[in-house]
Each structure stands twice: as structure tokens, then as C-alpha cells.
Design a protein around this ligand. Structure first.
Ligand code: NAD
Ligand code: UDP
Length: 333
């Protein structure tokens, strides 16, 4: 199929591009490079041994989108393009609503003009907010506690209304939990801007000596070892989840929300221990007070993905850490 990946040079989009291309799909990428590097395209082409059509463009440019959709005879769009920093979304909410909500509306408008009605959307587990129960299933109440999460929920609601207005649409919103890891080649991975906020990129930078130690945000939670627990999922498992969702949107009209997680929570100390094994070195750490807004524990009920998509995550925490470390080593060469 001819598939457009908005934000396809980013962390999750680039890994998905590999999986789709290797399955024989024709992937076109549109990205404005606000959080990615053009060098990713060369690495993608190296891994897939294919030239991929690339447009440096903004998803809010509806005219440009119409051109890209028609020029490449696009049949399905996977919409990764978006801003993802919780802290930045608090400082600059309009930027987030404009990009994440406005960008989604612009994309849908262009798809309507071009008569394309199959869409897969990058949503997030942040739409659930503070858990009322765990594991978190798709029926859990939706009450995001930050602007970023609100933009994802608004985009989902727009899609839900759209499908009611025109049932020919087929849309799947994938709610990701905590993607980490990298492609096994070590050529693709997550490159954070500035000092990382998230655990895995921070640990990677401590391992190469770029940062002196990891700040462990709280060791007094009521969790297995006192540190926060999350549902880390290998980015290649996530990428394969998109392939499964592609098969689904091709056959099932309507709007579905589906968690992509492993269903297995891991603590900060478990991540550090696995990473130390991968990198064969000690990660210096200092316990700090809890980070404001952090939840003690958060993980997915992943059954719906298994039932509807026939997909479940396969890779374990050690594989996630091994691949993250390989990518980090390559980056620092
Ligand atoms: P990323 O920042 O690595 O990739 C996003 C890509 O979109 C970047 O290449 C960026 O340049 C591009 N982009 C952003 N705004 C754009 C615009 N207006 N026009 C064109 N391109 C634009 O992020 P990621 O981790 O790959 O995440 C992909 C999607 O998944 C995002 O929508 C994000 O909100 C969502 N998500 C990510 C996570 C995570 O932890 N990584 C978790 C849940 C959901
Ligand atoms: N964390 C930490 N030090 C860091 C970054 C994160 O101890 O430098 C902890 C954080 O408190 C949480 C877990 O690691 O318990 C995952 O944090 P991350 O920001 O990666 O994901 P999120 O909290 O957004 O799910």
C-alpha cells in the first residue's frame, strides 16, 4: 500500500517506516524537522535499501499535504507528527494546541479533499490521567492532567466525531505507553533535544559520561522497590503494532482506541540494572525528591490490541536496554 507517515523521521515514525517498507509497503515521509534530523533519512534508506520519498513540510500546510497525498497516491496516513514534551506544553500551551490539534484538523481536511479515509493516530496513555485502577484498559475514564495529554484527547475526540459524521472513515488511535529501545542496527533511535526529561535517554547520557549521574525521582513510593514503575515498550514492538493497525483499518471502518503496551510494569531500579548489564558499567545515581506530577505506577492492559489487531509486544527489558545502548554507542563514535 501507499502510506504517508507524518513525522516519519522522528523516533517512532522512523522505526515504523522500516517495518512497513520491509513488508513491501511504499512509504512516503513528511516531516518539518522540528524535532528530527535529515540524516535519519539516509539511515532509513541504508536499512531498507530503498529510496523513500521525503517532503520537508509542515502538517499544518494543507495545500502541501494535498499535493503530497495525490502525488504519491496515498491510501493510508499514519499521523506521528506532533510535539511531545509535557513540560513545554505547560509553558507554551498554544504551540501545542496549534501543532497537535490544528495539525490533525489540517491533515484530515487534506485527506477529505483527496478522498482518503484511513488513518492511524499516535495517541498517548497520558489521556487517562491519574489511574482509578490498574492495569489501565481503554474504558478507563479520560482525564489528562497536562496540556500535552489534553491535545491528544482533543485530537481523538475530533476523530470520533468525524467517524460519526461519515462512517466510511476508518481510524485507529494507538495509545502508547513508554516507548524506549532502538533499531537493532544501532542506526535509528531516540535523540533528545537538550537535557533529556525521560528515563532511558537520561541513563544513556550518564553511561557515556555526558551527564554525571541519574537523579532517581523518589524511592519511597509504594511500589516493588520504592521507585516509579512504568510500562516500557520496545519501539520495534510499537512499530509492528502499526503494521497490525494498518491491516485493521483496511478491513474495519469506524473509530477505535487501542493501548500499545506490554502490560508489565518495570521500576527505575530494574531499568538501571538491565542497562548496567547491557553497557557493562555502573550508572551513578542519586535519590532525589519525587518529581512533581509523577505517578507511582502506570501500566497497560494490552488485551484489546491482542484481540483486535492480533498483536502483542515480544521484546523484553534487556533487549530494550541492549538496543538503546548500541544506538547510544554509535551516536557517540
Ligand atoms: P518525535 O519528536 O521523535 O517525532 C515526531 C516527529 O514529528 C519529529 O520528526 C518532528 O520533527 C515532526 N513534527 C512535529 N510537528 C510537526 C509538524 N507540525 N509538521 C511536520 N512534522 C512535525 O516523537 P516520537 O517519540 O516519535 O512520537 C511520535 C508521536 O507519538 C508524537 O505524536 C507523540 O506525541 C506520540 N507519543 C510519543 C510517546 C513517546 O514517549 N515517545 C508516547 C506517546 C505518544
Ligand atoms: N525518572 C527518574 N529520573 C529521570 C527521569 C525519570 O527517576 O531522570 C523516573 C520517573 O520518576 C518515572 C520513570 O523514571 O518514575 C519514567 O519517567 P519518564 O519521564 O521516562 O516517563 P513518564 O513519567 O513520562 O511516564
Amino acid at each position: 500500500m501507499n502510506i504517508l507517515l507524518t513525522g516519519g523521521l522522528g523516533f517512532i515514525g522512523s522505526h515504523t517506516a522500516v517495518v512497513l517498507s520491509q513488508q513491501g509497503h511504499q512509504v512516503t515521509i513528511l516531516d518539518n524537522l522540528c524535532n528530527s534530523q535529515i540524516g535519519v533519512l539516509a539511515n532509513l534508506e541504508k536499512i531498507t535499501n530503498q529510496k523513500l520519498p521525503f517532503y520537508e513540510a509542515d502538517v499544518r500546510d494543507t495545500q502541501m499535504l494535498c499535493k503530497v497525498l495525490s502525488e504519491n497516491q496515498i491510501e493510508v496516513v499514519i499521523h506521528f507528527a506532533g510535539l511531545k514534551s509535557v513540560s513545554e506544553s505547560a509553558q507554551d500551551p498554544l504551540k501545542y494546541y496549534d501543532n497537535n490539534v490544528g495539525g490533525t484538523i489540517g491533515l484530515i481536511e487534506a485527506m477529505q479533499v483527496q478522498k482518503i479515509n484511513k488513518l492511524i493516530f499516535s495517541s498517548s496513555a497520558t489521556v487517562y490521567g491519574i489511574p482509578h485502577y490498574l492495569p489501565c484498559d481503554e474504558d478507563h475514564p479520560l482525564a489528562p492532567i497536562n496540556t500535552y495529554g489534553k491535545t491528544k484527547l482533543q485530537a481523538e475526540e475530533i476523530m470520533r466525531d468525524l467517524v460519526v459524521s461519515d462512517p466510511a472513515w476508518s481510524i485507529v488511535a494507538l495509545r502508547y505507553f513508554n516507548p524506549i529501545g532502538a533499531h537493532e542496527s544501532g542506526l535509528l533511535g531516540e535523540v533528545p533535544n537538550g537535557v533529556p526529561n525521560n528515563l532511558m535517554p537520561y541513563v544513556c547520557q550518564v553511561a557515556i559520561g555526558k551527564l554525571p549521574h541519574l537523579n532517581v525521582f523518589g524511592d519511597d513510593y509504594e511500589t516493588k522497590d520504592g521507585t516509579g514503575e512504568r510500562d516500557y515498550i520496545h519501539v520495534m514492538d510499537l512499530a509492528e503494532g502499526h503494521l497490525a493497525a494498518l491491516n485493521y483499518v483496511n478491513h474495519c471502518p469506524g473509530f477505535e482506541v487501542i493501548n500499545l503496551g506490554t502490560g508489565i510494569p518495570c521500576s527505575v531500579y530494574e531499568v538501571i540494572a538491565a542497562f548496567e548489564k547491557s553497557a557493562r558499567r555502573t550508572i551513578a545515581k542519586k535519590v532525589q525528591p519525587r518529581r512533581s506530577g509523577d505517578l507511582p505506577i502506570y501500566f497497560a492492559k494490552a488485551d484489546k490490541a491482542k484481540q483486535l489487531l492480533g498483536w502483542s509486544a515480544k521484546r523484553d527489558l534487556q533487549t530494550m536496554c541492549d538496543s538503546s545502548w548500541k544506538f547510544q554507542e554509535n551516536l557517540s563514535k
